[in-house]
Ligand binder design. Structure first.
Ligand code: ARG
Length: 263
C-alpha cells in the first residue's frame, strides 16, 4: 500500500469513528419524556411496601407517592412514577432509564457511594415479626431460625451482619409481602423489615397471632429519594420541593393522612 493511500484510509477511519461517536453522544439513552416542551422526570418505585407504596386497583398509591407529588408541585417539575420493582429501580438509575427513585429507601453509607440522596423525609427502624407464641425476643434469638427478608434491603443486611452472608436460614424474597405470606403459612419463622410496614401489616391483619420484636442493635434509619450520583440539577429541585413542603404544612398534612396513630 502506498503511503498516500495509507494516510487516506486512516483519515477515513478517523472520520468514520467520529461520526459514530457523535451519533451515540446525541442519542438520548434515558427515557426522559417531554411534554409540551417540558421535561417529565421518571421515578421508579417498588409498590409492594404499604403504606409507603402499594398498588390499589392498578394505581400506585401511598405516603411516598403523595410526598413526591407534592415535592414535584412545589419544585415546579413534572414527574411520572413507575412501578419498577426494587432491584430494577437501582439498575434503572444506573442505566439512566429512570431519573430517580422513591421507595422507602434508607440512606446508607454504602448506597451513598453510588447514588445521591435528598435530605431525609422519614425516620424508620427495623423490626422482627414472629408468631405470638414464638420464643424470639431479640435478634440473637433468631439464630437457627428461618428468616424472611426482602433481598438487598436493610433487613437483609442486618440478618447477614448478625449470622453471616451464607446463613442457611436466610430466605430472600423479591418483595416483603411474599415473605409475610410465607410467615402466615408457617414456612418461615420470622420476617425482618421496616417498622411501619410491619405495623401496617398487623393493622390490616386485625388479629393478634403475631408480635413485633425490636433489638437494641437496630439503629435509626432515614428515607431519602435517590438520583444518579452527580445529578445535582434534579437533586436540588427535589430538595427544594422537600424543604418547601416541610415548611408550608403539606408534609404534615400527608403525614397525618397516613400516620395519625403514630403520634
Ligand atoms: N428501608 C429498607 C431499605 O431501604 C427497605 C425498603 C424497601 N422498599 C420497598 N419499596 N420495597 O433497604
Amino acid at each position: 500500500m502506498g503511503k498516500g493511500l495509507k494516510i487516506g484510509l486512516l483519515a477515513l477511519i478517523l472520520i468514520g469513528t467520529s461520526f459514530v461517536l457523535i451519533a451515540c453522544g446525541n442519542q438520548n439513552l434515558s427515557v426522559e419524556k417531554v411534554d409540551d416542551g417540558e421535561q417529565i422526570y421518571i421515578l421508579g418505585t417498588d409498590a409492594t411496601y404499604p403504606p409507603f407504596e402499594n398498588l390499589e386497583d392498578g394505581e400506585i398509591v401511598g405516603f411516598d407517592i403523595d410526598i413526591v407529588k407534592a415535592v414535584a408541585e412545589e419544585a415546579g417539575i413534572k414527574i411520572e412514577v413507575k412501578n419498577t420493582g426494587w432491584d430494577p429501580l437501582f439498575e434503572g438509575i444506573n442505566r439512566e432509564q429512570i431519573d430517580a427513585g422513591i421507595a422507602a429507601i434508607t440512606i446508607t453509607e454504602k448506597r451513598k457511594q453510588s447514588y445521591d440522596f435528598t435530605s431525609p423525609y422519614f425516620e424508620a427502624s427495623q423490626l422482627i415479626i414472629v408468631p405470638n407464641d414464638s420464643d424470639v425476643n431479640s435478634l440473637k434469638d433468631l439464630e437457627g431460625k428461618k428468616i424472611g427478608v426482602q433481598t438487598a434491603t436493610t433487613g437483609d443486611f442486618i440478618v447477614q451482619e448478625a449470622f453471616g452472608k451464607t446463613y442457611q436460614g436466610l430466605k430472600g424474597y423479591d418483595d416483603i409481602l411474599a415473605a409475610l405470606d410465607d410467615l402466615q403459612l408457617g414456612r418461615i419463622d420470622a420476617v425482618v423489615a421496616d417498622n411501619v410496614v410491619l405495623l401496617e401489616y398487623l393493622k390490616v391483619l386485625k388479629n393478634d397471632s403475631f408480635k413485633l420484636v425490636s433489638d437494641d442493635s437496630f439503629e435509626k434509619e432515614y428515607y431519602g429519594i435517590i438520583v444518579k450520583k452527580g445529578n445535582d440539577e434534579l437533586l436540588e429541585k427535589l430538595n427544594e420541593g422537600l424543604s418547601k413542603i416541610k415548611d408550608n404544612g403539606k408534609y404534615d398534612e400527608i403525614y397525618r393522612k397516613y400516620f395519625a396513630e403514630l403520634n
